[in-house]
Design a protein around this ligand. Structure first.
Ligand SMILES: [Mn+2]
Length: 307
């Protein structure tokens, strides 16, 4: 039975591209493996797969009796059902170590870089296996996506170097043009409801006993959202009213490299506390240079709620 290679729930481009690439690498090492997904793929990922001639991996959610390789996550909450009834044989990731554990030794490749794709490039090199052109293409896109075209604070020199080499392998001459094309697909907001947009990339946090939601929409140009802002504000007010202290929605402009944050809160003074006394006018604020919820927003609010 083929080893299943799986990324996190609510799959993004890195998770899907990494599953496909690692399955290819393992199969070429003589261990049959197949990529799977825990759910439907996002429009950005569909664009990337189509561009390089792949179809979406089969959806599978139960790990019972499977041999499994985890990519792009090690948190039980993000992984397959019944993971303990399967056997994890390898992990390839770039996040903090989560809470999975194994009874047997395993192969682990976990690096503090901007994307799992960067780790996988190094694995092909390590095993001396030639990477197919189309695999190079999707890994290249995964790195551009995860690092927001090198602008995220999570991006490292290793990611940039991997992109350079992958672009050669994939025959992509203009990496930034490909990235823009991809982010335009990701930015598409017309036709989506306010609720879909708020929850497209949304996480709830427990901050000193307060339930706080933070969503994020990344677009290539904030003006794309002008017609939607009122509805988005109304939607986050609604989400807040459902048992939360605050809901924040980051509207991230990847070209201007900053975020407008829409605010719905029982006590909006936490925003000034979180961001050095910044002045809030009405229910939104511009956060210059802020693009990462994980590194530049959630930790600030966690501290603000503590104080
Ligand atoms: Mn990733």
């Amino acid at each position: 039975m083929a080893i299943v290679v799986v990324g996190h729930k609510n799959p993004d481009t890195d998770t899907i591209a990494s599953a496909i690439a690692v399955a290819d690498l393992w199969t070429k090492r003589g261990l049959e493996a197949k990529p799977i997904a825990q759910g439907e793929i996002a429009p950005e990922t569909a664009f990337v797969l189509e561009k390089f001639g792949f179809s979406a991996p089969e959806v599978m959610t139960d790990a019972t009796d499977q041999q499994i390789i985890l990519v792009d996550h090690t948190d039980l909450s993000q992984s397959m059902d019944n993971l303990e009834k399967g056997e994890i044989v390898a992990v390839v990731d770039h996040h903090k170590l989560g809470d999975v554990s194994t009874p047997n030794p395993l192969e682990m490749w976990v690096w503090p870089v901007g994307c799992t794709g960067t780790v996988i490039k190094a694995m092909y090199d390590f095993y001396g296996i030639e990477m197919p052109k189309n695999v190079a293409g999707i890994l290249l896109c995964a790195i551009l996506s995860d690092t927001v075209m090198f602008k995220s604070v999570t991006c490292t020199d290793a990611d940039k170097k991997a992109v350079e080499e992958l672009a050669k392998l994939a025959g992509v001459s203009d990496v930034m043009a490909l990235g823009m094309e991809m982010f335009k697909v990701k930015s598409a907001v017309d036709g989506a409801s306010a609720s879909e947009l708020v929850f497209r990339d949304y996480k709830d946090f427990d901050m000193s006993g307060n339930k706080v939601g933070i969503g994020q929409l990344e677009v290539v140009d904030l003006s794309m959202l002008d017609a939607h802002k009122e509805a988005l504000q109304a939607e986050i007010e609604k989400v807040k009213a459902d048992g939360r202290h605050s809901v924040f929605l980051l509207l991230t402009d990847i070209m201007k490299e900053g975020s407008e944050m829409l605010i719905a809160s029982d006590d909006a003074s936490v925003v000034a506390k979180a961001f050095d006394g910044i002045k809030v006018e009405g229910n939104s604020v511009w956060l210059e240079g802020v693009m990462s919820r994980k590194k530049q927003v959630a930790p600030n609010f966690i501290k603000a709620f503590e104080g």
